[in-house]
Design a protein around this ligand. Structure first.
Ligand code: 5GP
Ligand code: ZN
Length: 110
């Protein structure tokens, strides 16, 4: 499958991995929008949040909590965002959740 994030997971394209388990792979965004900017994705290819199931989302949530602690943003807080589709400005078609933190984020969401 011609999927950028599947290729990153397979090691065909380098990345800075921050977390991996049986279900989830997470790595640093190449163009970070905050001091901590991690992309958290399911290992199974699925296009976006509309293609996700509850079990997978539960594993993503567990991973997000672990990564937030690992990155030291659990105390001061952070933001998670998953862009979906055209109006959501999704640019890579493999479901991923942005974890942003390490500074005071803007009030504005969009
Ligand atoms: P989206 O716009 O789909 O929500 O987010 C895609 C994210 O993937 C962007 O923040 C972009 O910077 C990041 N990205 C795109 N290509 C690469 C890459 O090759 N490596 C890494 N680490 N991040 C990437
Ligand atoms: Zn993929």
């Amino acid at each position: 499958m011609d999927c950028l994030f599947c290729k990153i997971m397979a090691g065909e394209i380098p990345c800075t991995k921050v977390y991996e388990d049986e279900w989830v792979f997470a790595f640093r965004d190449i163009n970070p929008q905050a001091p901590v900017h991690v992309l958290v994705m399911p290992k199974a290819h699925m296009s976006d949040i509309m293609a996700c199931d509850g079990e997978t989302m539960a594993h993503l949530l567990d991973a997000i909590q672990t990564i937030a602690k690992q990155e030291g943003v659990d105390k001061d807080g952070f933001r998670i965002v998953s862009n979906c589709g055209k109006n959501g400005a999704q640019s890579v078609g493999h479901l991923h959740i942005h974890l942003l933190g390490g500074r005071q984020l803007a009030d504005s969401m969009a």
